[in-house]
Design a protein around this ligand. Structure first.
Ligand SMILES: [Zn+2]
Length: 335
């Protein structure tokens, strides 16, 4: 069973998850594309744990959700915490799920049909709504690891969801930071960032409900953000907004692929906390006023090394203005 430990030296949490020790760890691209049957392909459903959710067209599924075989957290764990002098530990209660984005093994976000990307986003919506019903879960992390350098162990397009009783400290601080900005200025920080990015050379693309740009202090080369202009959470998006977001992600991934070729990346969905807990009770009620969800794509071209681990600051050799000017060339004119 896993557990969450509080690190008093660095004021953060670590998930100790012995079950993940048994996870296959490919070290070369050839191993990632090995001959063993893909557990996420149609016909191999028996190779995954029981299905939690699926979107279907008749008998064929368009997306599936299953528990992660190598869980970092588990619903079966007891909900308890213990103090031992300086130290505090929580049982690893939570959910760790895999969303299979598409039946197509070699699809990418740049080649998938818009309808399939919408089906994937609708599946994420459904999981956010369902997991938010569990009164013990406070945070949700939704992310994709694509390619070896991004930590992927399966080549078939998939997304991971980790929901926990505790807010990771980094996300807690992000919430507090956004709240303080709102308290001081009376506006959501993301609203001000979007207004600023629209007028400079890091801008990528805008639609009614979303704006895409390369962030001013991009930590990763070709880092890009697609931010919601109003929606607090993906779960609140209408069908039309899902279409818009799908189109943004397809265009952005097409531009990135044109510029970088085949590349590893992480896709990170910044969702607000699922509910009020002892960590966020001072700002939770104000969340709708200052939180806008956003998708951050971090290409993993350069590896993180000693300085990054020591300082938690990343050295990025590609200026976001250059990255955006290169990416904009691949957005269709007038789109
Ligand atoms: Zn597959």
């Amino acid at each position: 069973m896993s557990e969450i430990r509080y690190d008093p030296l660095f004021d953060t949490y670590t998930i100790i998850a012995p079950e993940r020790l048994h996870r296959p760890m490919p070290h070369r691209p050839a191993e990632l594309a090995s001959d063993t049957p893909c557990p996420f392909c149609p016909g191999n459903e028996h190779l995954t744990p029981h299905e939690i959710f699926a979107l279907r067209d008749g008998k064929r599924w368009r997306t599936r959700v299953v528990p992660n075989l190598y869980k970092a957290l588990q619903i079966e764990a007891p909900r308890e915490s213990r103090r031992e002098g300086l130290y505090e530990r929580w049982s690893g209660y939570g959910a760790h799920e895999i969303v299979i984005d598409t039946p197509q093994h070699d699809a990418t976000l740049s080649t998938m049909q818009i309808e399939q990307i919408v089906a994937w986003l609708a599946t994420l919506q459904e999981r956010i709504r369902d997991l938010s019903k569990d009164p013990n879960l406070a945070s949700i992390a939704i992310f994709k690891n694509s390619g070896l350098l991004a930590g992927a162990t399966q080549p078939h397009p998939h997304t991971q969801i980790i929901a926990s009783m505790l807010l990771p400290k980094h996300l807690l601080r992000l919430g507090e930071h956004l709240w303080h900005y709102y308290e001081e200025h009376g506006r959501a920080l993301m609203d001000d960032i979007i207004a600023s990015e629209k007028q400079n050379d890091r801008f990528l693309y805008e639609t009614h409900s979303f704006c895409a740009f390369a962030p001013f202090a991009s930590a990763f080369a070709f880092e890009s953000i697609v931010a919601a202009k109003e929606c607090r959470t993906l779960a609140a998006c209408s069908q039309a907004q899902l279409q818009e977001l799908a189109s943004h992600l397809q265009k952005l991934m097409y531009a990135l692929t044109q510029e970088l070729g085949e590349f590893s990346y992480n896709l990170l969905l910044y969702e607000p906390p699922l509910r009020k807990n002892f960590q966020n009770e001072h700002y939770y009620e104000d969340l709708p006023r200052f939180y806008r969800f956003f998708v951050r794509i971090t290409p993993r071209i350069y590896t993180l090394a000693g300085f990054e681990l020591l300082s938690h600051e990343i050295i990025n050799p590609v200026a976001p203005e250059l990255a955006a000017s290169l990416l904009r060339r691949h957005y269709a004119p007038g789109s």
